[in-house]
Write a protein that binds this ligand. Structure first.
Ligand SMILES: [Zn+2]
Length: 364
């Protein structure tokens, strides 16, 4: 038979953990049909891969590309790194569900990661339809963001969810999962996800039992609160009865680096008693997020418009500044000893001339 594609002479790293080996790879239609030395043609297309590695597509287990597919469905920044599957809807952020009157709130919240969003849907299923219509070049596994669930159920309010709020979140989580979502994600440093208590998250996890749902979490603290936060994620999975993925595991801030062994031990101990908990890491020692997250959670209540009002109010500003100077967890240890303002860089901004500046330079 004729192969559709023959990749010849490369070093095959197959993802099983086995060492790389020299082999040819033959593809028939959309399937790998044969792997071995000296595969013969004919083939519609032959790639000479000598000196290169041949590998299956990589899975990016933590991505925020969901904000960009509509504008850039070719997803070249990922494809050119070898990524063929992405997991999105991370850290409590997703662009659906949303109520029509909340478009502006969602725009300021999810769009803060750097995309300008054209939000034409209400349910998660409608959102997935809009995405399918542009045919992204990568495979995408979607999670529904806890922040989006919460905004749809109870607005941008800084309070625990009541029974009615919880039912409203469950209904939308069920809709999202019926439409194809793999589970839900939290970002417990990001309002409004940050306004939730552990019991709310256990209840939502329980709701997914029997539906195969997974809980992905940007945990409540990656610095001073690291160990408690990992314990909380484990507890949500263990009590809620679902698998847990701890996103971008790290000990943030030099003074917290020694905690990483204890953090990994917590995960290993949970796994040893049968909890399905795992984590992922990114392979660099920096983080990237929305800069409004440098400000305390209370300042965000009500959404972006209310945050801007508070920033214009002298008393609220003084309180925000004071809290930003306290060492510890939430506001990223920006005073002495921690990550300084000169180590926070503006990567993307509507005013392009500010990109590349650090926060200290911006202040000057
Ligand atoms: Zn995150």
């Amino acid at each position: 038979m004729a192969w559709s594609l023959l990749i010849r002479g490369g070093t095959v790293v197959d993802g099983s953990g086995a060492p790389g080996r020299r082999a040819d790879v033959a593809v028939a239609g959309d399937r790998v049909a044969a792997i071995g030395p000296g595969l013969a043609g004919p083939a519609e297309r032959v790639i000479e891969a000598g000196g290169h590695v041949v590998a299956p597509g990589f899975i990016d287990a933590h991505s925020h590309s969901d904000l960009f597919y509509l504008g850039c469905p070719s997803a070249e920044s990922k494809v050119r790194q070898g990524v063929t599957t992405e997991v999105v809807g991370m850290c409590s952020f997703s662009q659906a569900p949303l109520r029509p009157e909340q478009r502006e709130v969602i725009q300021g919240w999810a769009g803060g990661i750097g995309a300008s969003l054209d939000l034409r849907w209400e349910t998660f299923g409608q959102y997935l339809d809009a995405l399918r219509a542009v045919r992204p070049s990568v495979n995408v596994a979607h999670f529904v963001g806890h922040g989006a669930l919460r905004i749809a159920a109870m607005g941008f309010e800084a309070r625990p969810a009541g029974p009615d709020d919880l039912r409203a979140m469950e209904r939308r989580l069920g809709e999202a999962m019926d439409a194809g979502a793999f589970g839900f994600s939290t970002g417990l440093v990001y309002p409004p996800s940050a306004y939730s208590e552990t019991d709310e998250l256990i209840a939502l996890a329980r709701f997914m039992v029997g539906r195969g749902g997974l809980y992905f979490s940007h945990i409540r603290g990656e610095s001073a609160m690291l160990l408690d936060s990992i314990a909380e994620a484990v507890r949500i999975g263990e009590t809620g009865g679902v698998g847990v993925q701890i996103s971008h595991v790290k000990a943030s801030g030099r003074e917290n680096w020694p905690k990483i062994d204890a953090a990994l031990r917590l995960i290993e101990q949970a796994r040893a008693r049968g909890v399905d908990v795992a984590g992922d890491v990114y392979p660099y020692n920096a983080g990237s997020t929305k800069m409004d997250n440098l400000m305390p959670a209370w300042a965000h209540e009500g959404g972006m418009a209310r945050l801007l009002e508070r920033l214009a109010d002298p008393a609220a500003r003084r309180r925000i500044v004071a809290e930003c100077l306290v060492d510890g967890e939430r506001w990223r240890n920006v005073s002495q000893g921690g990550t300084g303002f000169d180590q926070i860089f503006i990567a993307s901004c509507k005013r392009r001339e500010l990109e590349g500046l650090n926060l200290a330079q911006l202040a000057q």
